[in-house]
Design a protein around this ligand. Structure first.
Ligand SMILES: Nc1ncnc2c1ncn2[C@@H]1O[C@H](COP(=O)(O)OP(=O)(O)OP(=O)(O)O)[C@@H](O)[C@H]1O
Length: 629
């Protein structure tokens, strides 16, 4: 490789990084309004005075020394040095307090912005994108650790003011006492060393950021080993040793390249810039010596050159915070940008409520454009009727719900509400139409009341409604036995709290959806509502299913025939489209996929000497997408 080839990429790299620095500065400026102009102005003023104080101290001590040597009165200069010293000491805590205030204000606003974005600005489609999830994790990590946040970055940037005031002061003083050339030499030393060190450190920040997903894997394995969630399986399956080895391997996968990069980024450049600083300082001092300076000039020059030389180190109050905190802020901005580009954000469009039917017409949708999950799907959900959806694992049942509820927009075809395309409808208002219990429903570590009333949170005070729904899902007797009743926290982490069994949690989630219906949600979606219920619970659900869904437009997804057979209409999803539709009896009489699945299941029950799938438990036989029924 020729010398030119070696230089070119470096120059290009420097040009690119200069642009990056300017962009980073522009990003940071966007944080200023969060801190407030008054606080920023006050903080800057304090940093300016705090930066000027050491320079005044330098001048004071230098000239006082000169006076002492020549026998002149040194008191005014000694007083200057003393005042400068006291000011410096007094301002240090003030700087700290103001900096913390800047950080707190900015971080509070950023957390609000992040939360508000997650709730209102981002679509589910956006949040489910891997790059968005990565950025979100990075931003969350920053707020968890609390030290390397966007607020810290701004605070660090403002604190640089004191350093640069010191530099300008020292160089000016040097120019005054020993002339321009030593001053210029010291300035060049300071700026070259500063540029070199920060260049390496900023590059390092970018590299560390790219390790985010790997670091999160290490954290995941560690939490798996130390948390309680996996504790049962780890013991029963004897996974402790394997997990330990896995942790060591994953950790090395992060640490080895980190150390390698650290050597590359810091090692040689650090030595080079340290050398530049040392040689430059010596040159500056030699220039001072050649000027035949007096005692004051020598004293000031030595201090000023030393101060300039210190520009070759990483400033702890600024640089670390700037590099990492800036990363978190940029992750937030990228997150918003990426999520905004995915799907329609909530907030605009018409508000509709179905009067006749919700229809999916020739819907095509895939998480990746080349792999459609729904492909030419037609389905009607007449208002006030119950529809059950069956299909093998991975057939796209949950995906259909996401499209139906407007969380994803179809790639082709449309979802029509009484003829109005969902694309023109306000997604947030449309989602309020639904009451849904998903397979992966949430177990909120809140009170029992809150867990249920979250279905219609504006009715949090409707204790009668909460209690009625808990009774409807079969938790009446259990509720009566709770000393704290609806106030019981559903977590063991709180005194008096209860942890529930899987089935009990599912009933609470069902009660939540029913509470939503009670307060006006028009469409009930139940995705595997009985998966965690015991046979009796499932039978009870089956008995009350019609009652639970009477007059409500409902869509039930289940592998269990006992759950689906009472629905007004059953549809079979296969290959991304509806392949059969009708009542249970019609579909059995037709002798298609549904009938075959039902028959297999009925035989299994007959062989086991149990009742065929009906009020008792039963299920669509296990099969995965791709197998023929
Ligand atoms: N967020 C996502 N990103 C990418 N692919 C996804 C996502 N969610 C689901 N898929 C894929 O889409 C397909 C359909 O998944 P879906 O969850 O809709 O199936 P399902 O019929 O509900 O399955 P099950 O009966 O197991 O719950 C599967 O191949 C799944 O891997």
């Amino acid at each position: 490789m020729t010398t030119t080839d070696e230089v070119r990429p470096t120059l290009r790299g420097l040009g690119r990084r200069w642009r990056q620095r300017r962009e980073a500065a522009a990003h940071l400026r966007r944080l200023l309004p969060y801190a407030g102009s008054g606080l920023v102005a006050l903080t800057l003023a304090v940093h300016v005075v705090a930066g000027a104080a050491p320079v005044a101290f330098m001048a004071g001590t230098g000239y006082a020394l000169q006076r002492v040597v020549t026998g002149e009165p040194a008191t005014p200069w000694l007083a200057t040095a003393l005042v400068a010293f006291v000011v410096q000491q007094l301002l240090a805590p003030v700087q700290l307090v103001l900096s913390r205030k800047v950080q707190r204000r900015v971080d509070a606003a950023c957390i609000e912005r992040l939360t508000s974005f997650a709730f209102h600005g981002a679509t589910l489609a956006g949040l489910e994108r891997p790059d968005v999830a990565d950025r979100l994790a990075q931003a969350e990590e920053a707020f968890e650790q609390w030290t390397l946040t966007p607020g810290a970055a701004l605070e660090g940037a403002l604190a640089l003011t004191a350093r640069y005031v010191q530099l300008v002061g020292a160089v000016t003083l040097l120019a005054v006492v020993v002339g321009p050339w030593p001053a210029l030499a010291a300035l060049v030393v300071a700026l070259v060393a500063r540029l070199g060190q920060t260049e390496g450190f900023f590059r390092w920040g970018g590299l560390i950021r790219s390790f985010g997903p790997l670091r999160r894997r290490v954290t995941y394995v560690r939490e798996l080993a130390t948390g309680t969630r996996a504790a049962k399986e780890i013991r029963v399956l004897g996974l402790a040793g394997w997990l330990e080895d896995r942790y060591v391997a994953e950790n090395r996968a992060v640490l080895d390249p980190t150390w390698r990069l650290r050597r590359q980024v810091y090692g040689v450049p650090f030595a080079v810039y340290a050398l530049v600083a040392a040689v430059g300082s010596v040159v500056a001092l030699l220039l001072v010596a050649r000027t035949g300076a007096d005692v004051a000039a020598v004293s000031i020059a030595v201090q000023a050159v030393a101060l300039c030389g210190r520009f070759g180190v990483i400033f702890p109050e600024s640089d670390v915070k700037l590099v990492y905190g800036r990363g978190a802020w940029e992750a937030m901005l990228e997150l918003e940008d990426a999520a905004r580009r995915t799907g329609t954000p909530a907030g605009g469009g018409q508000v509709v409520r179905p009067d006749r039917e919700i229809a999916l017409r020739d819907v095509r949708f895939g998480y990746r454009p080349d792999r459609p999950v729904l492909d030419g799907l037609d389905l009607e959900l007449p208002v006030g009727t119950s529809t059950a959806l069956v299909g093998v694992n991975g057939a796209g049942k949950t995906t259909l719900v996401k499209v139906l509820t407007g969380m994803y927009t179809p790639d082709a075809g449309s979802v029509l509400v009484d003829g109005t395309d969902l694309r023109g409808v306000d997604p947030e208002a449309w989602q309020r139409t639904f009451a849904a219990t998903f397979q992966d429903f949430l177990r909120y570590e809140l009170t029992l009341r809150e867990n249920v009333a979250m279905g219609a949170i504006d009715h949090l005070d409707d204790d009668a409604g909460v209690t009625a729904e808990l009774r409807r899902v079969g938790l009446g007797a259990w509720l009566d036995g709770l000393p704290q009743g609806l106030d019981t926290p559903l977590t063991r982490a709180v005194p008096g709290g209860r942890d529930l069994s899987g089935g009990q949690w599912q009933r609470v989630a069902l009660a939540r959806s029913l509470f939503a219906v009670r307060h006006g949600a028009g469409v009930l979606v139940l995705d595997e509502p009985t998966a965690q219920l015991d046979a009796r619970g499932e039978a009870e659900f089956y008995d009350t299913f019609l009652d639970l869904t009477r007059g409500v437009t409902s869509l039930v997804i289940s592998h269990r025939f006992s759950t689906v057979r009472r629905a007004d209409r059953i549809v079979v999803l296969d290959g991304g489209r509806v392949t059969e539709a009708g009542t249970h009896d019609e579909l059995v009489a037709r002798g298609g996929d549904y009938a075959r699945m039902f028959e297999v299941q009925a035989r299994r029950f007959a062989a086991a000497g149990a009742a065929p799938p009906g009020p008792a438990s039963g299920g669509v036989p296990a099969r995965t997408e791709g197998e023929t029924p």
